[in-house]
Design a protein around this ligand. Structure first.
Ligand code: NAD
Length: 327
C-alpha cells in the first residue's frame, strides 16, 4: 500500500514526501525532473522518472506499489511562460493530468489530492477570498488548473472519484532538509534571499503605486511545511469517506513586497537593495485567503505563519544549500 506523489521532487512535493516519510506513510514518487531535483527525495525512497501522462508507467507503479491514493503536484507553474506558451501548460497540466486520472480510475484508485491555486480566482472581487468567490483566471496557468478542477468534478459524478482540490496561495519557507530551488526563480522570497546573498544586485519590485498602504502588492505567504501537513490531512479526510471539495490554503494574512523585504533585512542582517520597475500585467493589489474552510473540514491551521519565521527557515536552508540542489 502506498500513496503516489506526482511532482514529489519539486518544492512543495519534496517537503510533503519528507513529512509523509516521517509519519510512516508509504510513498512512491513520480517526477519527470524537468523542474524537480532527484536529490530532494531520499535515495532509498521509491522513485520513478517519467511523465504523469505515461499510462503504462503509471499502471506499473500502481500495481507494483499497491497505490491506494494520489497527491498530484506535478505541473508547470510559470505564470508568465503560460501566457507566451499556453500550449505547453494545457498539454502538461490539463491533458497529462486527464491521462493520469484515467489511469488511476482504471486501477480503481479514486482518492486524489490535487494542487490547485488561487490563480483560478483571477482578479479578486472581495478580500479575503473564500472558496465561493467566482473563478475567472487571468492567465493560461490559472485556466489549466481551473479545467482540471472541472474534470475532477465530472469524474466524481461519473466514476465516483473523490478529490480535495487545494487552492494554495504563495508557498514559501523550507524545512531543514528541503527548500525552494526553481530555475528560473520567479518567487519573491528566494529572489530576496539571493539578493541578500549577493547573487543578484537588487530585488526588482514591480510597481509601487498599487492601492495598498506602501504601494506594493500584498500577498498571502504560507509555510511549505503547513502546506505539506494539509495534504496529509486531506488524504485522511478522503480515507475516512469525505466528499469531494475545494479548499483554500493560506495564512489569512497579507504582507506587502516592501514588508517582506524589510522582514528579510531583519532576519539576514544584510542590506537588500531594491529597484522599482513598472507594474506587471495582471497583478492584483491584494490576494489574501479566507482559510476558515480548511480549519473546519481538515482541522488545519497554519503553525509557521509569521513572515519572519518563514523567511528564517528559507535563509537557514540557503546557508546549507548555497546553490540549492545543484552542488
Ligand atoms: N509554489 C507555489 O506557491 C504554488 C502556488 C499555487 C499552486 N502551486 C502548485 O503546486 C504544485 C507544486 O508547485 P511547486 O512550487 O512545488 O512546483 P515545482 O516546479 O517545484 O514542482 C513541480 C514538479 O512537477 C514535476 N512535473 C511537472 N510536470 C510533470 C509531468 N508531466 N510528469 C511528471 N512530473 C512533472 C516537475 O519536474 C517538478 O518537480 C504545482 O502543481 C503548482 O502549480 C504552487
Amino acid at each position: 500500500m502506498a500513496v503516489l506523489v506526482t511532482g514529489g521532487a519539486g518544492y512543495i512535493g519534496s517537503v510533503t514526501v519528507e513529512m509523509m516519510h516521517g509519519r510512516n506513510i508509504p510513498v512512491v514518487v513520480l517526477d519527470n525532473l524537468v523542474y524537480g531535483h532527484r536529490q530532494a527525495v531520499d535515495a532509498d525512497m521509491p522513485f520513478y522518472q517519467g511523465n504523469v501522462g505515461d499510462r503504462e508507467l503509471v499502471k506499473k507503479i500502481i500495481a507494483e506499489h499497491g497505490v491506494t491514493a494520489c497527491i498530484h503536484f506535478a505541473a508547470y507553474a510559470y505564470v508568465g511562460e503560460s501566457v507566451t506558451d499556453p500550449a505547453k501548460y494545457f498539454a502538461n497540466n490539463t491533458v497529462q493530468t486527464n491521462e493520469l486520472l484515467n489511469t488511476l480510475i482504471a486501477a480503481d484508485v479514486k482518492n486524489i489530492v490535487f494542487s490547485s491555486t488561487c490563480a483560478t480566482y483571477g482578479d479578486p472581487l472581495q478580500i479575503p477570498i473564500s472558496e465561493t468567490h467566482p473563478q475567472k483566471p487571468v492567465n493560461p496557468y490559472g485556466w489549466s488548473k481551473f479545467m482540471t478542477e472541472r474534470i475532477l468534478e465530472t469524474y466524481d459524478t461519473a466514476y465516483g472519484l473523490k478529490f480535495v482540490a487545494l487552492r494554495y496561495f504563495n508557498a514559501a519557507g523550507a524545512t531543514e532538509k528541503c527548500g525552494e530551488h526553481h530555475e528560473p526563480e520567479t518567487h519573491l522570497i528566494p529572489i530576496i534571499l539571493n539578493t541578500a546573498n549577493d547573487e543578484q544586485p537588487f530585488v526588482p519590485v514591480f510597481g509601487d503605486d498599487y492601492a495598498t498602504p506602501d504601494g506594493t502588492c500584498i500577498r498571502d505567504y504560507i509555510h511549505v511545511a503547513d502546506l505539506a501537513d494539509a495534504h496529509i490531512r486531506a488524504l485522511d479526510y478522503l480515507a475516512d469517506g469525505g466528499g469531494s471539495t475545494h479548499i483554500n490554503l493560506g495564512n489569512g494574512q497579507g504582507f506587502s513586497v516592501f514588508e517582506v523585504i524589510e522582514a528579510a533585512r531583519k532576519v539576514t542582517g544584510r542590506s537588500i537593495d531594491v529597484r522599482v520597475d513598472a507594474r506587471r500585467a495582471g497583478d492584483p493589489d491584494r490576494l489574501i485567503a479566507d482559510a476558515t474552510k480548511a480549519a473546519e473540514v481538515l482541522g488545519w491551521t497554519p503553525t509557521n505563519s509569521g513572515i519572519e519565521m518563514i523567511i528564517r527557515s528559507a535563509w537557514e536552508w540557503k546557508q546549507i544549500h548555497l546553490h540549492g540542489y545543484s552542488e
